[in-house]
Design a binder for this molecule. Structure first.
Ligand SMILES: Nc1ncnc2c1ncn2[C@@H]1O[C@H](COP(=O)(O)OP(=O)(O)O)[C@@H](O)[C@H]1O
Ligand SMILES: [Mg+2]
Length: 348
């Protein structure tokens, strides 16, 4: 499998840039996740790479070769669509063989590839069935098997798990990740589910309104979101975003009513308006106040089994805090939140 280079790609519909000046490089055998809210341009970008949309500007190279003007069938790309189209009139085996037959591969090779793709996806017993006798999860496996049976330079997957129920999605997520590393595929995987993105991607590209606004390893995106948009999109719960003002002494920031955190953004001056981003798990709950603490009142307690999420009302800001499952917070009780200065992120 080869690597992909997308340069300054723009695709407009009317006067809207569905994909807006996107530049992206993917290493061979990398698993890149494209993450963003519905409508941000993920499918359009994928379809442009596959050659299914005519682009307005930019170049696309696969393995160094410029494929920008090539037809989809001449790009050697395999794609799984969100609504996992399988052909209802063809058996599972014929569905998986579809691309290979169009590639005019030999009978022997087709049979071999169909068998190994079916084995990888644990559908070898379904090869003679018709799609309408399969469950949604099984049909999805057929679509994925068809995509990987085809010996493509690049595997594009557009929200392939979004139509499955939660449990099956979790199972398929792990299986897909194992599968693509086994076949050493280069993958772009589209999702709007941040958990899926963080757990599957070697790197994650976050999209907002047609642009890639951050690209990095999952842990980088989680720990150091580039903007309030990314911070508010990644993590469950997402990062707390607290507007504040640098104190007159310049030693800390006033947030959430009477709250004070003992950190300031680099190169800030007293009185500056700033936004502090703080993850729920980086906040501690105390029952006495300190110099650097945020007083508040427990608003909601959500027990999640492995831990609890406490929502604290601090001067009208709702701050979410992750605590141990045995933490005894009482709704309406007074608490003081503290944050280690090095855990504060400054965002704009
Ligand atoms: N064929 C089309 N004609 C007009 N607008 C389109 C078309 N396809 C997508 N769009 C618009 O482009 C934007 C990006 O869409 P899409 O790539 O499908 O987003 P995503 O996959 O991230 O949900 C949306 O605003 C969508 O309405
Ligand atoms: Mg889409």
């Amino acid at each position: 499998m080869r690597h992909l280079q997308v340069e300054a790609l723009t695709k407009t519909y009317g006067d809207m840039n569905a994909v807006d000046d996107v530049t992206l490089e993917i290493e061979a055998q990398e698993f890149l996740v494209l993450l963003g809210p519905s409508g941000c341009g993920k499918s359009t970008l994928l379809r442009c790479i596959a050659g299914l949309e005519e682009i307005d500007a930019g170049t696309i190279r696969i393995g160094g070769a410029d494929v920008t003007d090539r037809k989809p069938k001449d790009r050697n790309i395999s794609m799984v669509f969100q609504n996992y189209a399988v052909f209802p009139h063809l058996t599972v085996a014929k569905n998986i063989a579809f691309g290979l037959e169009r590639q005019k591969k030999g009978r022997q090779e087709i049979a071999e590839r169909v068998r190994s793709a079916a084995e990888l996806l644990h559908i070898e017993d379904l090869l003679h069935r018709q799609p309408n006798s399969l469950s949604g999860g099984q049909r999805q496996r057929v679509a994925v098997a068809r995509a990987i049976a085809y010996d493509a330079d690049l595997l594009l997957m557009d929200e392939p798990l979004s139509n499955l129920d939660a449990l099956l999605r979790l199972e398929m997520r792990a299986e897909l990740k194992r599968l693509v590393s086994e076949i050493k595929a280069t993958v772009i995987y589209v999702t709007h589910d941040q958990t899926e993105a963080l757990s599957m991607g070697d790197r994650v590209a976050v999209m907002e309104r047609g642009r890639i606004v951050q690209l990095g390893a999952p842990i980088e995106i989680y720990n150091d979101p580039a903007s309030t948009f990314v911070a508010g999109f990644i993590g469950n719960p997402p990062m707390n975003l607290l507007p504040g003002r640098v104190l007159a002494e310049g030693t800390g920031v006033e947030v959430a009513g009477e709250g004070r955190i003992g950190a300031v953004p680099p190169a800030s001056k007293p009185g500056d308006q700033v936004t502090a981003g703080i993850r729920a798990e980086n906040i501690a709950v105390a029952d006495t106040s300190g110099t650097w603490s945020i007083p508040g009142r427990v608003f909601v307690v959500e027990p999640l089994g492995s831990h609890n999420i406490i929502t604290v009302d601090a001067g009208g800001e709702l701050i979410r805090v992750s605590v141990g499952a045995d933490h005894a917070a009482v709704v309406g009780g007074d608490v003081y939140l503290t944050v280690p200065p090095e855990k504060v992120r400054w965002l704009s």
